[in-house]
Ligand binder design. Sequence first.
Ligand code: GTP
Ligand code: MG
Length: 197
Amino acid sequence: MEIKEAQFIVSNSDVAKCPAADRPEYAFIGRSNVGKSSLINMLTNKKNLAKTSGRPGKTQLINHFLINKEWYLVDLPGYGYAKVPKAERLKWEKFLRRYILKRENLYCLFVLIDSRHEAQNVDLEFMEWLGISEIPFSIVFTKTDKLKPEELEANLKAYEAKMFETWDTMPGYFISSAESGTGKEEILDFIENVNQN
Ligand code: GTP
Ligand code: MG
């Protein structure tokens, strides 16, 4: 699938004020700075559709983008960034969890993980919560352009081993790079498939 049109619709912090839940929706979540906004720009072939920054904590709201007039991509704030004041963080986490639990047209949540790092508790616990809450999700390992192929392979193996401590099967995953475009076709094909079913 190709994205021909990507249009910013609205930002807000309240799931009740999101656009009508009348079409498929896919959202990107993960630790601050993992590359959520950059991945949305890469998938949509736009440089500045979603605002990115070298400094963590850039995206602070739920941002809806209408794709090909048919479905939504959603950019979410990051979780787990220690430098954001705690009260602020708790507020985000509350509206993020509400959005995830209440948004009935959320067909799949993409959980982004930095491919360079070893498994972090905040991500593992978040995915466990998704599992318990029966929220469909896929993992996207980001920034793979920063690794040699053999390093990436070793990191993926280690991540799988860690996941198997709590999961019977490894959740589906993609590898991506917003720099090189790796993963674009696979992620868009996956979305197209889900849209059609
Ligand atoms: P928050 O909105 O703060 O939660 O961050 P985010 O997850 O949206 O990250 P963002 O897309 O703003 O990217 C953070 C930084 O990582 C920026 O400096 C990006 O240029 C860089 N970055 C994102 N994706 C990639 C990638 O695939 N490869 C490389 N090399 N850099 C990346
Ligand atoms: Mg962002």
